[in-house]
Write a protein that binds this ligand. Structure first.
Ligand SMILES: NC(=O)c1ccc[n+]([C@@H]2O[C@H](COP(=O)([O-])OP(=O)(O)OC[C@H]3O[C@@H](n4cnc5c(N)ncnc54)[C@H](OP(=O)(O)O)[C@@H]3O)[C@@H](O)[C@H]2O)c1
Length: 245
C-alpha cells in the first residue's frame, strides 16, 4: 500500500498510521503542524513503514492547500493508491450554539472541505485506475440527536456523500470506506464524560485496516457500536424527542 494520511499526528489517525506501518506500508503524512508531522514520520519509520516517511503541509480549513499537498505525496510515493482522512473538528452542542464562528469552522472542516479534499483524491485515483479512499465520519451522523445537532449534521452530510461515491465509482475500482466510530478516547473527547462502550484508538485502527484490506464500504468501530446504532436508528421519533441522547 502507498498511503497518504491527513490527520495522523494524534488520536485514531495516529493509530491507523501505526497499524499500516507495522504491515510495511509506504506512508506520506499531511497536516498543519510541521514539527508534529516530522515527529510522527520518525515514529512510523521506527515501526516498520517502508522507506522514508515524507510529509507536507495541508490545512483542512484551507482548500487552497490541498492540490500541492497531494502533488507532494504523489511525487514522494510514486502515485499513492490509498488515502485515509481522519482530520476533523469537534465542539459540544453548547460550545457550538454559543459560538457560531466555531460552529462555522466545524461544519466547514467536517463537511464542505472534507468533501472537496475527497474530490481532489477521487479525480487522481480514478485517473490511475482506482484505489482506496477511507474517511472518518461518525455515528453522530446516523440520527438527529439533541447533544450533537450541529456536529452530527456535518457527519451526516459526509456519510451521505461517501455512500454516493461508493455507489458511483466502485465499479471503476475506487473503493470508498466510510468509518463510523462511536465514542473513542482521544484528544477530541478529552474532558467529556466517556459514553458506555467507549473505545481506544488502537481497537478502531485494527478494525479499519482490516476493512480497508477487504474493500468494505462501511465500518462501525469499536464493537458494539454497529449494533447500538442499529437500535438507535429504529427508535421512533417520539422516543427520540423524550430521551437525552
Ligand atoms: N473521538 C471520538 O470519539 C470520535 C467519534 C466519532 C468520530 N470521530 C471522528 O474521527 C476522526 C478522528 O478523531 P480523533 O478523536 O482521532 O481526533 P483527534 O485526536 O482530535 O485528532 C484529530 C487529527 O486531525 C488533525 N487536524 C485537526 N484540524 C486539522 C486541520 N485544520 N487541518 C489538518 N489536520 C487537522 C489533528 O492534527 P493537529 O495535530 O494539527 O491538531 C489530528 O491529527 C474525526 O474526524 C472525528 O470527527 C471521533
Amino acid at each position: 500500500m502507498k498511503v497518504v494520511l491527513l490527520g495522523a499526528t494524534r488520536g485514531m489517525g495516529r493509530s491507523v498510521a501505526r497499524e499500516l506501518a507495522s504491515r510495511g506500508a509506504s506512508i506520506f503524512l499531511l497536516g498543519r503542524k510541521p514539527e508534529e508531522l516530522a515527529r510522527s514520520a520518525a515514529d512510523l519509520e521506527q515501526r516498520g513503514a517502508q522507506g522514508p516517511v515524507g510529509h507536507a503541509p495541508c490545512d483542512l480549513l484551507d482548500t487552497g492547500s490541498f492540490a500541492a499537498a497531494l502533488d507532494a505525496a504523489d511525487a514522494a510515493l510514486g502515485n499513492f493508491d490509498t488515502v485515509v482522512i481522519t482530520a476533523g473538528l469537534f465542539g459540544t452542542q453548547e460550545q457550538l450554539e454559543s459560538d457560531l464562528a466555531l460552529a462555522e469552522r466545524v461544519l466547514t472542516a467536517n463537511y464542505v472541505n472534507t468533501v472537496i479534499f475527497c474530490e481532489h483524491v477521487r479525480e487522481r485515483l480514478l485517473a490511475r485506475g482506482g484505489g482506496s479512499l477511507c474517511v472518518f465520519s461518525s455515528v453522530a451522523g446516523d440520527r438527529g440527536r439533541k447533544p450533537v445537532a450541529l456536529y452530527g449534521s456535518s457527519k451526516a452530510g459526509l456519510s451521505h456523500y461517501l455512500e454516493s461515491l461508493d455507489h458511483k465509482h466502485s465499479s471503476e475500482g475506487l473503493t470508498t470506506l466510510c468509518v463510523k466510530p462511536g465514542f473513542v478516547k482521544t484528544s477530541m473527547t478529552e474532558g467529556l464524560k466517556p459514553a458506555p462502550f467507549a473505545g481506544e484508538p488502537d481497537q478502531v485502527a485494527r478494525v479499519v485496516v482490516r476493512a480497508l484490506e477487504r474493500k468494505a464500504p462501511l465500518v462501525y468501530a469499536p464493537f458494539p457500536w454497529g449494533w447500538i446504532m442499529l437500535v438507535i436508528k429504529l427508535l421512533p421519533r417520539f422516543v427520540m424527542r423524550r430521551v437525552g441522547f
